[in-house]
Structure formats: C-alpha cells, structure tokens
Write a protein that binds this ligand. Structure first.
Ligand code: ATP
Length: 289
C-alpha cells in the first residue's frame, strides 16, 4: 500500500498476507504509525490497496459495506441523535426492506440490551459517558449483522474499569454470535485476553506481518484467573518481546528502549517461549496490501 505524498509515494505496507477464519478474533498490534489502521481501512473498504485487495466469502470487497461494520476509538456516533436513534439509523440503512417497523424496533432494543444500554434509549450523546457511547457504537455495529466486526482501538479512550467491563461484554457477545473480529489495540493484555490470534506488525515504512501468535487459552476467559496462568504470562511476554526487543519503537533512543522493557516488569524466561508462528509458515494466506 503506497500513499501519494508531496515527496512522492510513501510505501506504508508491503506484502501483508492474512487469512482469517470465520468466528476468529484477531488482534493487530504494533508500534504507532506501523500501518494497523491502514490494514483495517483496506478491509473496511475505506482505502483502496495499491496492489492486491481483500476477499470476503469469495468476493473481492473494495468499497464500504454493512457486512463489515467498523467501531472507532471515538465511536463516531451522531451527537444530535438519541442512543436509540443512533442505532436506528444503521438498522434502517441495512434492514429497511427486509424488516417491518416492529421487527426493526425489537432488533434495535435487542442490540442495545446486549451492551446494557437499553436503560438510556432517549438520552443524547452529550448526556452519557464515553464508555456508554462506546457501548452504543458497538450495538450499532452489531445491529448491522456484520460478517466481520472491525475495531480500531475501540476501548483506547476509556478508563481501566470501563475498559475491562466492555472487554468482558465483547468476549461474551463474540462467543454468543460467533462473530469474526479484527481489532487494533496497543494494549498487550487486551490482545492476549480477547484474541484467538495476535498479528504483530513490523515498523514501517513498508511494514508487514512480523510474527503471529496463536492464543490457545480456553474460553470463556476470566481475567482474574488468567492473570497467573503460566500460558497467559508466556503469551504476554512473547508480545512484549516482539514490541520492545525485536521491533524497537522507531526513533527511540537505546536507553529509553531499555527502560520501556524494564517497565514492563515481565521476567525473561528463555526456556519457555510460546509458540510463535512465522507468517511464512502460515498457509493459506491472502494478500491484502
Ligand atoms: N493518507 C495518507 N497519506 C500519507 N501517509 C499516510 C496516510 N495515511 C497513513 N499514512 C502513513 O502510513 C503509515 C501508517 O499509518 P497508520 O495510521 O495505518 O498507522 P497505525 O499503526 O494505525 O498508527 P497508530 O497506532 O498511531 O494509530 C504512517 O506512517 C502514516 O503517516
């Protein structure tokens, strides 16, 4: 994927090959500016890949569509509409012809209930908290019955408790609906807790997939019991090692990098490294950029 800039083409991504199975929860992690949002935007159809593309259920997709719902960090809801109306807008776009008015209303209520927001139907966005707005954004996305849920740091702007609560809700909803999710995160714990697979990206320019980590932890997952689980600790350590040892933050001084690694407070255990699959060993794969 190359962007046109005043200094000529800027190659943001190169040879990003990913195949995602139905119902998989996949996280994209990497340093700021490596190209995570670009990958997500190509899948969402908001950006056209310079080479290659994205195939969903056997069909190439290169424009936005309701089967790929996006949840952004800032939820991108309409502030002048109520909670109910924000979800209604999406439901009308997708199901105006296939559902009756009564069915649409029931469906909107059902989705707002899934995220525990059915108590605030008539509140406008200015009257609810950031965490509540993010719930509405998720309800709106789910209400479109997407084949794929695309989430760009969906909980990034939230406090730790709200974040934990929403992560738990998302895990439950994803398990119940068997949704396919692609989520961008900067949070290593979030990635390990929620994902079936973590895709770790190298630094740009010409960023690509550095390593993939399959998270083989039983579901449903409980953050408290997992915290001391040896496998959980090993997965976490593998991601931290990729980010702070193998892919040092671009432009950071050496001593600052060392501090970051030390701050992570994860003991180095050389004898129990988790399974890390190099992308070249994965197959089959699809080139998306
Ligand atoms: N429209 C554009 N024109 C030129 N360069 C762009 C454009 N969009 C993104 N880039 C560049 O492509 C690279 C990848 O950007 P992208 O936003 O995908 O990174 P990211 O990993 O999502 O970053 P962050 O974690 O900070 O959100 C960056 O160097 C960015 O400056």
């Amino acid at each position: 994927m190359a962007f046109d800039t005043k200094d000529g083409p800027f190659v943001a991504l190169e040879n990003v090959d990913l195949k995602i199975r139905k119902g998989e929860f996949l996280s994209l992690i990497g340093h700021s500016g490596c190209g995570k949002s670009t990958v997500l935007n190509i899948v969402a159809g908001l950006l056209q890949a310079t080479r290659g593309g994205c195939v969903l259920d056997g069909h190439e997709v290169n424009t936005p569509g309701p089967e790929r719902a996006v949840v952004f960090q800032n939820h991108s809801l309409m502030p002048w509409l109520t909670v109910y109306e924000n979800v209604e807008l999406a439901v009308q776009q997708v199901f105006k012809k296939s559902m009756s008015k009564k069915e649409r209303r029931e469906w909107i209520l059902h989705n707002l209930k899934l995220v525990n927001m059915d108590h605030a139907l008539d509140k406008r966005l200015g009257e609810i908290s950031g965490g509540m707005a993010q719930r509405v954004g998720i309800a709106r996305a789910l209400a479109m019955k997407p084949s794929v849920l695309l989430m760009d740091e969906p909980f990034g702007a939230l406090d730790a408790l709200t974040r934990a609560h929403l992560q738990d809700s998302l895990m439950k909803i994803q398990q119940d609906l068997n949704s396919t999710v692609i989520m961008i995160t900067h949070d290593v714990d979030e990635a390990v807790l929620l994902s079936d697979r973590i895709v770790m990206m190298t630094n740009g320019p010409a960023a690509t997939i550095g390593e993939e980590l399959h998270i083989d932890l039983p579901r449903p997952r409980n953050r408290v019991t997992l915290a001391d689980h040896p496998e959980y600790v090993r997965y976490r350590q593998a991601v931290l090692s990729f980010l702070y040892e193998k892919q040092r933050f671009p432009g950071k001084e050496e001593n600052e990098q060392e501090k970051q690694t030390a701050d992570a407070e994860v003991p180095v255990q050389e004898d129990n490294s988790p399974e890390v699959v190099n992308k070249s060993e994965e197959s089959p794969v699809r080139r998306i950029a």
